[in-house]
Write a protein of this length. Structure first.
Length: 235
């Protein structure tokens, strides 16, 4: 981890992020300019792990005034880095497909192609599956703990009106809110500063992306886009 990352995610900061990330579980997981970086295009396979293209893709970036640290690529298995692949889903272009078993999310593109992202799946991520649509998109979303959570953990009372978006917010740089039949599923596709949980079941909450990846997905997905969540379907 770089010196910058170490300063940002100090022990106190890390415990804050990890603790709040776990608390998101109790809340269901629970417009501005795009990032000021020009290296958010996908890596289309080839090249070596840790290549300059990967480093640029996952480098330090400034987004709407927030500094997102670079990802330490040695802590993320190569298969979970963003890349363009042949579409394995058969869904129509514009659809987001999440395979909770394989820890991949796909954004379906024209021509039989898809953008694939590695994800981390929390216990709430396994608790729902099916079809939905993206009803809302938020940049640096606010996280609000529900009343019953505050009753269990009075220290969260300071966030009763919402925890402002920021690098320490457990919803990360972006969130996509899934609705089904006009009702909120409480299921979120969201960012996380804890990139080392990508590809694992260690995270609480819903479906976590690296912040650099959720920004890329956010910029591709339209409000109303269909989403399919399944487990262990695609190789």
């Amino acid at each position: 981890m770089s010196d910058f990352n170490e300063r940002l995610l100090s022990r106190r900061g890390f415990l804050t992020v990890a603790g709040l990330g776990a608390m998101v579980a109790g809340s269901g997981c629970a417009s501005a300019s795009r990032a000021t970086i020009s290296t958010l295009t996908a890596f289309s396979g080839g090249g070596s792990y840790g290549s300059s293209r990967y480093r640029a893709m996952y480098g330090r970036m400034v987004d709407n005034g927030e500094v997102i640290p670079a990802v330490n690529l040695s802590r993320v298995p190569e298969q979970f880095l963003r890349r363009e692949v042949a579409d394995p889903t058969g869904e129509k272009p514009g659809t987001v497909v999440v395979d909770t078993g394989a820890k991949f999310a796909y954004y379906v593109m024209p021509g039989g192609r898809a953008m694939r992202y590695g994800v981390g799946v929390g216990r709430e991520g396994f608790g729902w599956s099916g079809r939905a649509d993206v009803r809302m998109k938020r940049i640096w979303p606010t996280w609000t703990p529900p009343r019953e959570m505050i009753q269990r953990k009075p220290e969260l009372a300071e966030y009763a009106g919402g925890m402002p978006g920021g690098i320490m917010n457990p919803l990360g740089a972006r969130a996509l809110y899934l609705f089904q039949g006009g009702r909120d599923t409480l299921y979120r596709l969201h960012g996380s500063p804890e990139y080392w949980t990508i590809g694992t079941n260690e995270s609480s909450g819903c479906i976590r992306f690296m912040n650099q990846d959720i920004i890329d997905l956010y910029d591709r997905v339209n409000v109303g886009a269909p989403v399919l969540v399944k487990s262990g379907v695609y190789v």
